[in-house]
Structure formats: C-alpha cells, structure tokens
Write a protein that binds this ligand. Sequence first.
Ligand code: ATP
Ligand code: MG
Ligand code: FE
Length: 358
Amino acid sequence: PIILAIETSCDETACAIVDSAGSILAEQVFSQMEHAPFGGVIPEIAARNHLSLLPSMLEQTLAASALKVESLTAIAASTGPGLIGGLIVGSTLGKGLAMAWQKPFIAINHIEAHALTPRLPLPHTLRHTPRVDFPYLLFLASGGHCQCIAVKGIGDYRKLGGTVDDAAGEAFDKVAKMLGLGWPGGAALEALAKEGNPKAYPLPHPMVGRAGCDFSFSGLKTSVSHLLMPYGHDPLPRQMAADIAASFQYAVTHTIEDRLTHALALFPQATALVTAGGVAANMAIRATLADLAARHNKAFMAPPLRLCTDNAVMVAWCAQEIWQAAQKKGIKLADRDGMAARPRPRWPLEELRQRFSA
Ligand code: ATP
Ligand code: MG
Ligand code: FE
C-alpha cells in the first residue's frame, strides 16, 4: 500500500507519503516557531497554525510525490495522544480527504508511531539502517513524553515506567530557558554542555537506585533554579552556564542509564534497546544508551535525527505496519471504521491490543 499521513499532535505540522518498503515518496515538516516567545507550546496557536498550513502542505507533498490520488491506498493521521485542537485539525482533514477520495482512514496513536519508527527501513540512504525485530525495549523521550515501553509486537505494548512529573525534553527546555538559551533549547543546551565540566555542580540524580523504571525531573530542574537564584536576571558568566549545562546533562544521562538498567531487568526478553523522541537526538544520551545496550548484549537502535522529533513519516510507517499486520491476520482494515475514531488527548498504548481482536 501507499499511505499519505498527517501529523498535528503537538507543534510540528507534517505530512508524508510512504510505500510498503518504507521508502519516503514525499515529505514535509514544519516546526512552528510562533511559540518561542511564550517559552512553551500554546495549544490554541498550534491548532490555528496546523489549520492554515496543512492544506497547502498536503497539495505540495502530493505534487512532489508525482503520484495521482488514485495511487494512494489509505490516509492516516495521528488521532492521539496530544493537544486536542491540533488532533482535531489533522484527523478531520485526513477523514475529509479519505471521504472525498473514497479511501480508508487509519487512526494512528502518536506514541505507537514513535515506537515503530526504529523499524523503518531506509533503503534510499547510503548507510542502510537495518530493521529491529520484536521484542525490544523502547525508551521514548520527548518534550511531552518520557517512558519505557516493552514492545512485543505490532499493537502489543506494555508501559514499564514513566515520568511522575516532567518529561525529559521538558526538563531540557526549562533549564535551557533558565540559562537564556531560548526555546526549545534542548539542542542549544547540548551544544553549551560541550564546553562545560559535568562534575562542576553536584546536582541530584533523581530516582537513581530506586526500584522500577519511573523518572522524575522536576526536582533536578528546581535545583538548577536554586543555583541561579543569586544571579537574578543578570547574564551568567559563560563558563558557569556551560558547567551547569554539562552538570545537568550528566544528571539526566546518569538517571536515564540507571532507569533503563532497571527496565532491561524487567524485560529480559528484549533483543534490542531502542530510542525515539526529540531527546534521542542528544549525542551524550545516545552514546550512554549504546554503551548500556552493549554491556547487556543487546542491539542498539535509534532513528535518524530528523525522524526522532515529530514527523509524518513515522505516522505513515506505523500505518504501513498496521496494514501489513492486519493483512497477515486476514483482517481487512478497509472494512474497519477508522472514520469513527475520535481524537483523544490521552490514549494509553495498552488499549491498542483490541485493534486486531474480532
Ligand atoms: P511530543 O512530546 O508530543 O512528541 P514534542 O514536540 O515535545 O512533542 P519532539 O518534537 O519529539 O517532541 O521533541 C522535542 C523535544 O526534544 C524538545 O523538548 C527539545 O528540547 C528536545 N530535544 C531536541 N534536541 C535535543 C538535544 N540535542 N538534547 C536534548 N533534548 C533535545
Ligand atoms: Mg515538537
Ligand atoms: Fe512526538
């Protein structure tokens, strides 16, 4: 099948067309910067932007693919979890196209899309990325999510642990903001940390040593704000900012290493450790994860950087996996009513098990 997919769950407006082999026939991503002055995503602004951007993006994507509408097999869109306004825009547009073009509509869980992205084969790249096989342990870390998921098969997921407060990316963004690095500042913080000493400030390494694999980042964020208190609104000396950035990144990295060691113990069947989400773009974190996987005799896999952050290729690929799995089981997804799926701000992965049941 050839699938056209839409992503609008947060602040990326994206669409893509992907074929059965995972080849990207056309793709567009627009990261909305209108939120920067507010230091966080404003849901209403995000929804309005999705609405004004999407129609022309869809046209351009279709034109760039040089495909006729008739060649498309199905339309997919993220219908949750995420910001409800954006989800309504993306899924309504997707359903509208599906109706007008008489194609099936596939409702995609955004987290499942992140979870399956490391399986996307990339035949058009020189460095052929091998697909990872089930079962694997997924560490998903973005601005809105931070969780460990046992991925046993398509639709078969179990959350092993997650954050009790902030997501990892959220912590990066808040600390970056305190250091005057703008928003979203994860990447800028990583760059600054390269000039700093990770041992300069003894910050807390939250949850380290505790049972299970839950995360907590708000205490760490508060500790950084205490360090900065004496400086008020004065600019920090550059070396101090770099040392704080490095110490913070070290605390996060060490925490992730500890939590994932526990996650691997909870899910020893995993053949690979896989990561996704914007924070997976962080090279220090990637290196630590790769090292951890090697020590546990597991493969390590991370999507290419641009597929770590929100995009529509992952939504299209997720739809491909679901379509192909359904076909193997003799279920025709076309007969199933994706049209009835409502956008959902919350949508636990565990519920996806029902998808293939009769
Ligand atoms: P959602 O959580 O719904 O997936 P999102 O827009 O927050 O939405 P992504 O687009 O996957 O998620 O990721 C953005 C996050 O990743 C931001 O918090 C950003 O700061 C963080 N991030 C990006 N690059 C880096 C980096 N190099 N180091 C650390 N964090 C990073
Ligand atoms: Mg984003
Ligand atoms: Fe995401």
